[in-house]
Design a protein around this ligand. Structure first.
Ligand code: COA
Length: 140
């Protein structure tokens, strides 16, 4: 298994993978041009796991200058529980840390028990003191 930076050339393969692993989390923000912009703004930070030439795992990693954020942490079902996710998360967080950022946040659906177990096992602490508020900017 090899972990390497995600490139926009990976887009078709990773988007197809996300249809299986992360459908609920997909939005217009995951279209090709948005992902291209994300990868350009956060150079070499997002990662893919590759086995026999096939992408089997992804993680989007970036920061806003203050805090790191991770999205689309995903591993294909048939490759799970082999610590591929852990390796991807570790690489992503190392990249965030290397940018001088001292804390990383993730968003996880409340009923995603697998995601919660995964992040807790990694060492993330679940916050009970924060809500996420979101605005569709077209409403302005
Ligand atoms: C979450 C996900 C990325 C984990 O990938 P993975 O490669 O299977 O994870 P790892 O093998 O690295 O697991 C590391 C640890 O996380 C925990 N963990 C992972 N999957 C778990 C599960 N289904 N149930 C309980 N704990 C789990 C375990 O502690 C595990 O260590 P162990 O296997 O030694 O017990 C994968 O299940 C996935 O793609 N899920 C769908 C997408 C998703 O929900 N992503 C998270 C969004 S917040």
């Amino acid at each position: 298994m090899k972990i390497r930076p995600m490139t926009i050339e990976d887009y078709d393969e990773i988007y197809a993978m996300w249809q299986t692993t992360s459908k609920r989390a997909l939005s217009a923000a995951d279209e090709r041009e948005q992902i291209r912009r994300y990868l350009e703004r956060n150079e070499d930070m997002s990662q893919v796991a590759v086995i026999d030439g096939r992408i089997v795992g992804t993680v989007l990693a970036g920061h806003d200058g203050r805090r790191g954020f991770i999205h689309h942490m995903a591993v294909l079902p048939e490759y799970r529980r082999k610590h591929i996710g852990r390796c991807l998360a570790q690489t992503a967080i190392e990249r965030i840390k290397a940018q001088g950022i001292d804390k990383t946040h993730i968003f996880c659906y409340q009923n995603n028990e697998t995601g919660q177990s995964f992040w807790s096992d990694f060492g993330f602490k679940k916050r009970d003191d924060v809500f996420v508020f979101s605005l569709d900017n077209e409403r302005l």
